[in-house]
Design a protein around this ligand. Structure first.
Ligand code: ATP
Ligand code: MG
Length: 131
C-alpha cells in the first residue's frame, strides 16, 4: 500500500515502476480514503503501541493506493525493496531509503508474511481481484 505521503508526493508511478521492473505482476489496484475502522484492523497487531493513534491518523490523512503483487518470493523480496521500517536505517536503493526520512511518513506498507498478505488482501480487496 502506498501511504498518504507517497500519494501526495507523486510517488505512485515510481513505486509501481520498481515492482514491475523487478518482474512482479500487478493483480489488484485501487485508490481509496481509508476509514478508521479499516486502518485499525490493518494495524491491529500494533494497537498497544504508543504511536498507534498517530499511525491510524496518518493512514487516514489522505488517499492511499492499495495493491496486490504476484510473483516469486514477492513478500520477502518486496520487503527488501521497501527497506527498513525506520528510514534512518533504510538502505539507499530501497524505496524508504530513497524517498523517506521519518518513520511516521515512510511512503509504503508491505505485508510481512504470506499469511498476513492473505489476510490483508481479504481485508482490503475481498473478492474483487483480477487473476
Ligand atoms: P508497514 O507495516 O507499514 O509496512 P513495517 O512492517 O516496516 O511497516 P511495523 O512495525 O509494522 O513496520 O509498523 C507499522 C508502521 O508503524 C511503520 O511503517 C511506521 O509508519 C509506524 N511506526 C513503526 N514504529 C514506529 C515508531 N517507533 N514511531 C512512530 N511510528 C512507527
Ligand atoms: Mg508491518
Amino acid at each position: 500500500m502506498i501511504k498518504p505521503d507517497g500519494v501526495q508526493r507523486g510517488l505512485v508511478g515510481e513505486v509501481i515502476k520498481r515492482f514491475e521492473q523487478r518482474g512482479y505482476k500487478l493483480v489488484g489496484l485501487k485508490m481509496l480514503n481509508v476509514e478508521r475502522s479499516l486502518a485499525e484492523k490493518h494495524y491491529a497487531d500494533l494497537s498497544e503501541k504508543p504511536f498507534f493513534g498517530a499511525l491510524v491518523d496518518y493512514i487516514c490523512s489522505g488517499p492511499v493506493v492499495a495493491m496486490v503483487w504476484e510473483g516469486r518470493n514477492i513478500v520477502l523480496t518486496g520487503r527488501k525493496m521497501i527497506g527498513a521500517t525506520n528510514p534512518q536505517a533504510s538502505e539507499p536503493g530501497t524505496i524508504r531509503g530513497d524517498y523517506a526520512i521519518e518513520v511516521g511518513r515512510n511512503v509504503i506498507h508491505g505485508s510481512d508474511s504470506v499469511e498476513n498478505a492473505q489476510k490483508e488482501i481479504a481485508l482490503w480487496f475481498g473478492e474483487n481481484l483480477a487473476e
